[in-house]
Design a binder for this molecule. Structure first.
Ligand SMILES: *[C@@H]1O[C@H](CO)[C@@H](O)[C@H](O)[C@H]1NC(C)=O
Ligand SMILES: *[C@@H]1O[C@H](CO)[C@@H](O)[C@H](O)[C@H]1NC(C)=O
Length: 335
Protein backbone atom coordinates (compact mmCIF):
# COMPACT_ATOMS: atom_id res chain seq x y z
CA UNK A 1 0.00 0.00 0.00
CA UNK A 2 1.36 3.38 -1.05
CA UNK A 3 1.20 6.30 1.36
CA UNK A 4 0.45 9.82 0.21
CA UNK A 5 1.13 13.17 1.80
CA UNK A 6 -1.24 14.48 4.47
CA UNK A 7 -2.31 17.24 2.09
CA UNK A 8 -3.56 14.70 -0.43
CA UNK A 9 -5.36 12.78 2.32
CA UNK A 10 -7.02 15.89 3.70
CA UNK A 11 -8.19 16.83 0.22
CA UNK A 12 -9.56 13.33 -0.32
CA UNK A 13 -11.54 13.45 2.92
CA UNK A 14 -12.92 16.90 2.15
CA UNK A 15 -14.05 15.81 -1.31
CA UNK A 16 -15.50 12.59 0.03
CA UNK A 17 -17.47 14.31 2.75
CA UNK A 18 -18.99 16.66 0.22
CA UNK A 19 -20.13 13.65 -1.78
CA UNK A 20 -21.67 11.99 1.26
CA UNK A 21 -23.51 15.13 2.29
CA UNK A 22 -25.35 15.33 -1.01
CA UNK A 23 -28.34 13.19 -1.79
CA UNK A 24 -26.67 10.65 -4.02
CA UNK A 25 -28.03 7.26 -4.77
CA UNK A 26 -27.21 3.58 -5.25
CA UNK A 27 -28.98 0.21 -5.12
CA UNK A 28 -29.56 -1.32 -1.69
CA UNK A 29 -31.66 -4.32 -2.59
CA UNK A 30 -33.21 -6.40 -5.36
CA UNK A 31 -36.69 -7.94 -5.28
CA UNK A 32 -37.39 -10.88 -7.61
CA UNK A 33 -41.16 -11.22 -8.17
CA UNK A 34 -41.62 -9.22 -4.99
CA UNK A 35 -39.24 -11.32 -2.86
CA UNK A 36 -36.29 -9.41 -1.41
CA UNK A 37 -32.94 -11.07 -2.07
CA UNK A 38 -31.33 -9.45 0.99
CA UNK A 39 -29.78 -6.04 1.43
CA UNK A 40 -26.71 -5.57 -0.80
CA UNK A 41 -26.74 -9.20 -1.97
CA UNK A 42 -25.58 -9.50 -5.59
CA UNK A 43 -25.02 -5.76 -5.88
CA UNK A 44 -21.66 -4.34 -6.86
CA UNK A 45 -22.03 -1.44 -4.48
CA UNK A 46 -20.01 1.52 -5.79
CA UNK A 47 -16.53 1.51 -4.26
CA UNK A 48 -17.44 -1.65 -2.43
CA UNK A 49 -14.39 -2.62 -0.45
CA UNK A 50 -16.01 -4.91 2.05
CA UNK A 51 -16.87 -6.98 3.86
CA UNK A 52 -16.80 -5.84 6.66
CA UNK A 53 -17.03 -2.94 7.18
CA UNK A 54 -18.60 -2.02 3.91
CA UNK A 55 -17.11 0.97 2.18
CA UNK A 56 -18.93 2.94 -0.43
CA UNK A 57 -18.81 6.11 -2.42
CA UNK A 58 -22.04 7.45 -3.82
CA UNK A 59 -20.65 10.33 -5.83
CA UNK A 60 -21.70 10.60 -9.47
CA UNK A 61 -19.59 9.57 -12.44
CA UNK A 62 -19.27 12.49 -14.84
CA UNK A 63 -16.30 11.52 -17.04
CA UNK A 64 -17.95 9.71 -19.95
CA UNK A 65 -14.65 8.09 -20.93
CA UNK A 66 -14.02 6.60 -17.51
CA UNK A 67 -14.29 2.85 -16.91
CA UNK A 68 -16.48 3.85 -13.95
CA UNK A 69 -19.28 4.52 -16.46
CA UNK A 70 -19.57 0.74 -16.74
CA UNK A 71 -20.53 -0.33 -13.23
CA UNK A 72 -19.40 2.66 -11.14
CA UNK A 73 -16.31 2.85 -8.94
CA UNK A 74 -14.81 -0.61 -8.22
CA UNK A 75 -17.56 -2.08 -10.43
CA UNK A 76 -15.10 -4.63 -11.77
CA UNK A 77 -14.97 -6.25 -8.31
CA UNK A 78 -17.23 -9.26 -8.03
CA UNK A 79 -19.41 -9.70 -5.00
CA UNK A 80 -19.90 -13.19 -3.56
CA UNK A 81 -23.65 -13.49 -4.09
CA UNK A 82 -25.32 -13.92 -7.49
CA UNK A 83 -29.11 -13.59 -7.79
CA UNK A 84 -30.95 -16.36 -9.66
CA UNK A 85 -33.74 -15.22 -11.98
CA UNK A 86 -35.86 -16.74 -14.74
CA UNK A 87 -37.04 -15.19 -18.00
CA UNK A 88 -40.20 -13.16 -17.37
CA UNK A 89 -39.36 -12.48 -13.73
CA UNK A 90 -40.33 -9.04 -12.43
CA UNK A 91 -37.37 -7.26 -10.90
CA UNK A 92 -37.65 -4.33 -8.54
CA UNK A 93 -34.45 -2.48 -7.72
CA UNK A 94 -34.50 -0.61 -4.42
CA UNK A 95 -32.47 2.63 -4.73
CA UNK A 96 -31.58 4.62 -1.64
CA UNK A 97 -29.30 7.29 -0.31
CA UNK A 98 -28.75 6.88 3.46
CA UNK A 99 -31.05 4.11 4.61
CA UNK A 100 -33.13 1.37 3.07
CA UNK A 101 -36.31 2.74 4.55
CA UNK A 102 -39.46 4.52 3.44
CA UNK A 103 -38.23 7.61 5.29
CA UNK A 104 -35.04 7.78 3.20
CA UNK A 105 -34.90 10.64 0.69
CA UNK A 106 -33.60 8.32 -2.11
CA UNK A 107 -32.17 11.14 -4.24
CA UNK A 108 -32.18 14.91 -3.94
CA UNK A 109 -35.24 16.40 -5.58
CA UNK A 110 -33.01 18.64 -7.72
CA UNK A 111 -31.60 15.55 -9.49
CA UNK A 112 -34.14 15.36 -12.30
CA UNK A 113 -33.20 13.03 -15.13
CA UNK A 114 -33.81 9.74 -16.91
CA UNK A 115 -33.48 6.22 -15.48
CA UNK A 116 -32.27 3.29 -17.57
CA UNK A 117 -31.60 -0.44 -17.36
CA UNK A 118 -29.15 -2.41 -19.53
CA UNK A 119 -28.34 -6.10 -19.56
CA UNK A 120 -24.98 -7.60 -20.58
CA UNK A 121 -23.40 -11.02 -20.40
CA UNK A 122 -21.02 -11.15 -17.42
CA UNK A 123 -18.29 -10.14 -18.03
CA UNK A 124 -19.14 -7.43 -20.57
CA UNK A 125 -17.44 -7.44 -23.94
CA UNK A 126 -17.31 -4.90 -26.76
CA UNK A 127 -20.84 -3.63 -27.50
CA UNK A 128 -22.47 -6.05 -25.07
CA UNK A 129 -24.79 -3.70 -23.12
CA UNK A 130 -28.38 -3.96 -24.35
CA UNK A 131 -30.96 -1.45 -23.18
CA UNK A 132 -34.08 -3.13 -21.80
CA UNK A 133 -35.90 -0.29 -20.00
CA UNK A 134 -35.86 3.48 -19.88
CA UNK A 135 -37.93 6.39 -18.72
CA UNK A 136 -37.11 10.07 -19.14
CA UNK A 137 -39.17 13.24 -19.11
CA UNK A 138 -42.79 12.19 -19.27
CA UNK A 139 -44.72 15.33 -18.48
CA UNK A 140 -43.93 19.01 -18.87
CA UNK A 141 -43.84 21.24 -15.82
CA UNK A 142 -46.85 23.43 -15.03
CA UNK A 143 -45.06 26.66 -15.91
CA UNK A 144 -42.46 27.60 -18.53
CA UNK A 145 -38.91 26.79 -17.37
CA UNK A 146 -40.03 24.44 -14.59
CA UNK A 147 -38.29 21.07 -14.86
CA UNK A 148 -41.26 18.79 -15.50
CA UNK A 149 -41.77 15.22 -14.35
CA UNK A 150 -38.71 13.01 -14.69
CA UNK A 151 -38.07 9.33 -13.96
CA UNK A 152 -35.51 9.85 -11.19
CA UNK A 153 -37.52 12.28 -9.09
CA UNK A 154 -41.20 12.04 -9.96
CA UNK A 155 -41.22 8.31 -10.54
CA UNK A 156 -38.48 6.49 -8.59
CA UNK A 157 -37.93 8.92 -5.72
CA UNK A 158 -41.68 9.45 -5.36
CA UNK A 159 -42.06 5.66 -5.33
CA UNK A 160 -39.58 5.23 -2.40
CA UNK A 161 -36.66 4.25 -4.63
CA UNK A 162 -38.31 1.44 -6.59
CA UNK A 163 -37.29 0.82 -10.23
CA UNK A 164 -39.16 -1.89 -12.12
CA UNK A 165 -38.19 -3.96 -15.13
CA UNK A 166 -38.56 -7.50 -16.36
CA UNK A 167 -36.13 -10.21 -17.42
CA UNK A 168 -36.64 -10.65 -21.19
CA UNK A 169 -38.86 -13.54 -22.25
CA UNK A 170 -37.08 -16.74 -23.21
CA UNK A 171 -33.63 -15.27 -22.42
CA UNK A 172 -30.87 -17.84 -22.65
CA UNK A 173 -29.51 -19.15 -19.36
CA UNK A 174 -26.18 -17.80 -18.16
CA UNK A 175 -24.46 -15.17 -16.10
CA UNK A 176 -25.40 -11.57 -16.75
CA UNK A 177 -24.95 -8.14 -15.21
CA UNK A 178 -27.80 -5.73 -14.84
CA UNK A 179 -26.48 -2.21 -15.35
CA UNK A 180 -29.11 0.13 -13.90
CA UNK A 181 -28.61 3.85 -13.98
CA UNK A 182 -30.05 7.04 -12.59
CA UNK A 183 -28.97 10.29 -14.27
CA UNK A 184 -29.09 13.75 -12.68
CA UNK A 185 -29.39 16.47 -15.31
CA UNK A 186 -29.64 19.44 -12.95
CA UNK A 187 -26.20 20.70 -14.09
CA UNK A 188 -26.34 19.22 -17.59
CA UNK A 189 -26.75 22.55 -19.31
CA UNK A 190 -22.92 22.48 -19.00
CA UNK A 191 -20.66 19.78 -20.41
CA UNK A 192 -18.25 18.07 -18.01
CA UNK A 193 -15.45 18.14 -20.61
CA UNK A 194 -15.76 21.93 -20.73
CA UNK A 195 -16.53 22.58 -17.06
CA UNK A 196 -15.55 19.76 -14.71
CA UNK A 197 -17.45 21.33 -11.79
CA UNK A 198 -20.72 20.77 -13.63
CA UNK A 199 -22.16 18.44 -16.27
CA UNK A 200 -24.56 15.49 -16.25
CA UNK A 201 -24.27 13.16 -13.24
CA UNK A 202 -24.43 9.41 -13.83
CA UNK A 203 -25.20 6.87 -11.09
CA UNK A 204 -24.68 3.46 -12.71
CA UNK A 205 -24.84 0.38 -10.49
CA UNK A 206 -24.50 -3.29 -11.49
CA UNK A 207 -26.15 -6.44 -10.13
CA UNK A 208 -24.89 -9.99 -10.69
CA UNK A 209 -27.59 -12.36 -11.90
CA UNK A 210 -27.76 -15.90 -13.18
CA UNK A 211 -30.58 -16.54 -15.62
CA UNK A 212 -31.83 -20.11 -15.32
CA UNK A 213 -34.15 -22.17 -17.50
CA UNK A 214 -34.08 -23.34 -21.09
CA UNK A 215 -34.50 -20.02 -22.91
CA UNK A 216 -33.10 -19.73 -26.41
CA UNK A 217 -32.92 -15.96 -26.98
CA UNK A 218 -29.47 -14.40 -27.01
CA UNK A 219 -28.92 -10.71 -26.43
CA UNK A 220 -28.29 -8.80 -29.66
CA UNK A 221 -25.30 -6.52 -30.15
CA UNK A 222 -25.50 -3.52 -27.84
CA UNK A 223 -23.25 -0.68 -26.79
CA UNK A 224 -20.08 -0.33 -24.73
CA UNK A 225 -19.52 1.39 -21.40
CA UNK A 226 -17.59 3.60 -21.53
CA UNK A 227 -18.39 4.67 -25.05
CA UNK A 228 -22.16 4.67 -25.34
CA UNK A 229 -22.63 8.29 -24.27
CA UNK A 230 -21.00 11.42 -25.71
CA UNK A 231 -20.73 14.91 -24.24
CA UNK A 232 -22.78 16.40 -27.05
CA UNK A 233 -25.57 13.81 -26.95
CA UNK A 234 -28.81 15.78 -26.72
CA UNK A 235 -29.83 13.66 -23.72
CA UNK A 236 -26.52 14.35 -21.90
CA UNK A 237 -26.13 18.06 -22.66
CA UNK A 238 -29.59 19.31 -21.84
CA UNK A 239 -31.16 22.13 -19.92
CA UNK A 240 -34.01 20.77 -17.81
CA UNK A 241 -35.28 24.30 -17.13
CA UNK A 242 -35.76 24.11 -20.49
CA UNK A 243 -35.23 23.15 -23.33
CA UNK A 244 -33.81 21.96 -26.61
CA UNK A 245 -32.36 25.47 -26.94
CA UNK A 246 -29.48 26.08 -24.53
CA UNK A 247 -29.02 29.82 -24.73
CA UNK A 248 -31.14 31.74 -24.51
CA UNK A 249 -33.58 29.59 -22.58
CA UNK A 250 -36.69 28.65 -24.46
CA UNK A 251 -39.64 27.04 -22.74
CA UNK A 252 -40.15 23.33 -23.34
CA UNK A 253 -43.10 22.70 -25.57
CA UNK A 254 -43.29 18.93 -25.67
CA UNK A 255 -42.02 16.28 -23.21
CA UNK A 256 -40.96 14.09 -26.14
CA UNK A 257 -38.27 16.60 -27.13
CA UNK A 258 -36.03 15.06 -24.45
CA UNK A 259 -34.08 12.16 -25.96
CA UNK A 260 -32.82 9.59 -23.42
CA UNK A 261 -29.10 8.79 -23.96
CA UNK A 262 -27.94 5.54 -25.50
CA UNK A 263 -29.56 3.23 -28.04
CA UNK A 264 -33.25 2.47 -28.35
CA UNK A 265 -34.73 -0.20 -26.08
CA UNK A 266 -34.23 -3.70 -27.53
CA UNK A 267 -37.34 -5.11 -29.19
CA UNK A 268 -36.92 -8.30 -27.12
CA UNK A 269 -37.48 -6.36 -23.89
CA UNK A 270 -40.94 -6.13 -22.33
CA UNK A 271 -42.92 -3.20 -23.73
CA UNK A 272 -44.45 -2.53 -20.32
CA UNK A 273 -43.46 -3.16 -16.75
CA UNK A 274 -45.62 -2.96 -13.69
CA UNK A 275 -44.92 -2.75 -10.00
CA UNK A 276 -45.55 -6.12 -8.39
CA UNK A 277 -46.50 -6.46 -4.72
CA UNK A 278 -43.38 -6.50 -2.54
CA UNK A 279 -42.67 -8.67 0.50
CA UNK A 280 -40.63 -7.48 3.46
CA UNK A 281 -37.07 -6.18 3.23
CA UNK A 282 -34.60 -8.73 4.56
CA UNK A 283 -31.27 -7.75 6.02
CA UNK A 284 -30.04 -4.45 7.37
CA UNK A 285 -31.63 -1.14 6.43
CA UNK A 286 -28.57 0.90 7.30
CA UNK A 287 -25.05 0.58 5.89
CA UNK A 288 -21.96 0.45 8.02
CA UNK A 289 -20.32 3.79 7.49
CA UNK A 290 -17.50 3.70 5.00
CA UNK A 291 -14.03 2.98 6.21
CA UNK A 292 -12.63 3.20 2.72
CA UNK A 293 -13.57 5.06 -0.41
CA UNK A 294 -12.17 5.86 -3.78
CA UNK A 295 -11.95 9.14 -5.59
CA UNK A 296 -10.09 9.59 -8.86
CA UNK A 297 -8.57 6.13 -8.52
CA UNK A 298 -7.15 6.80 -5.07
CA UNK A 299 -8.40 4.38 -2.43
CA UNK A 300 -8.36 5.85 1.05
CA UNK A 301 -8.80 3.79 4.20
CA UNK A 302 -9.78 5.48 7.43
CA UNK A 303 -10.46 4.88 11.08
CA UNK A 304 -12.84 7.02 13.10
CA UNK A 305 -11.89 9.38 15.91
CA UNK A 306 -13.92 10.00 19.10
CA UNK A 307 -16.11 12.52 17.32
CA UNK A 308 -16.80 10.01 14.59
CA UNK A 309 -14.74 11.76 11.92
CA UNK A 310 -12.79 9.62 9.45
CA UNK A 311 -9.04 9.74 9.99
CA UNK A 312 -7.25 8.45 6.88
CA UNK A 313 -4.61 5.83 7.58
CA UNK A 314 -3.54 4.74 4.11
CA UNK A 315 -4.07 5.25 0.42
CA UNK A 316 -3.33 3.22 -2.65
CA UNK A 317 -3.89 3.57 -6.39
CA UNK A 318 -6.68 1.54 -7.92
CA UNK A 319 -6.88 0.50 -11.54
CA UNK A 320 -10.02 -1.27 -12.67
CA UNK A 321 -9.35 -4.64 -14.23
CA UNK A 322 -12.20 -6.37 -15.99
CA UNK A 323 -11.72 -10.05 -16.68
CA UNK A 324 -12.57 -11.26 -20.20
CA UNK A 325 -13.87 -14.63 -19.03
CA UNK A 326 -16.50 -15.44 -16.44
CA UNK A 327 -15.13 -16.80 -13.22
CA UNK A 328 -17.39 -17.73 -10.32
CA UNK A 329 -17.10 -15.19 -7.50
CA UNK A 330 -14.98 -16.42 -4.66
CA UNK A 331 -16.73 -17.23 -1.43
CA UNK A 332 -16.34 -14.76 1.38
CA UNK A 333 -17.98 -14.23 4.75
CA UNK A 334 -21.78 -14.21 4.67
CA UNK A 335 -23.28 -10.76 4.16
C1 LIG B 1 -44.69 -10.21 -13.79
O1 LIG B 1 -45.70 -9.24 -13.79
C2 LIG B 1 -46.66 -9.41 -14.79
C3 LIG B 1 -47.55 -8.19 -14.84
O2 LIG B 1 -48.07 -7.92 -13.58
C4 LIG B 1 -47.41 -10.70 -14.54
O3 LIG B 1 -48.37 -10.93 -15.52
C5 LIG B 1 -46.42 -11.85 -14.53
O4 LIG B 1 -47.07 -13.05 -14.19
C6 LIG B 1 -45.30 -11.59 -13.54
N1 LIG B 1 -44.27 -12.62 -13.70
C7 LIG B 1 -43.94 -13.45 -12.73
C8 LIG B 1 -42.89 -14.45 -13.05
O5 LIG B 1 -44.46 -13.42 -11.62
C1 LIG C 1 -30.58 6.20 8.91
O1 LIG C 1 -31.20 5.39 9.88
C2 LIG C 1 -30.54 5.42 11.14
C3 LIG C 1 -31.17 4.34 11.98
O2 LIG C 1 -32.54 4.49 12.02
C4 LIG C 1 -30.66 6.79 11.70
O3 LIG C 1 -30.00 6.86 12.96
C5 LIG C 1 -30.00 7.78 10.77
O4 LIG C 1 -30.20 9.08 11.23
C6 LIG C 1 -30.56 7.63 9.37
N1 LIG C 1 -29.74 8.42 8.51
C7 LIG C 1 -30.24 9.40 7.79
C8 LIG C 1 -29.22 10.23 7.08
O5 LIG C 1 -31.42 9.61 7.69
Amino acid sequence: MKFKSQAVLAAAVAVSNVGVAQAHVFIWGVFVNGVDQGTFNGIRTPAYNGPPPRGYSNSPVKDLNSIDMRCNVLGDNQVPHTIKVAPGDNITLDWHHNNRTIADDVIDFSHHGPALVYLTPDPPTENSFVKIWEKGLYELGPTPFSPGKWATTWDIKANNGLMNFRIPANLKAGFYLIRAEMVGLHEADARFDQNSRRGAQFYPNCVQIEVVGDGTVELPEGVSFPGAYKYDDPGVHYNIYCSTERTPLAPCTDASTYKIPGPTVWSGAWPETTQVALGPVTGPTTATRWSSWIQQSVVTTATYDQAGSPVPVATSRYTASWSLAYAAPTASPAL
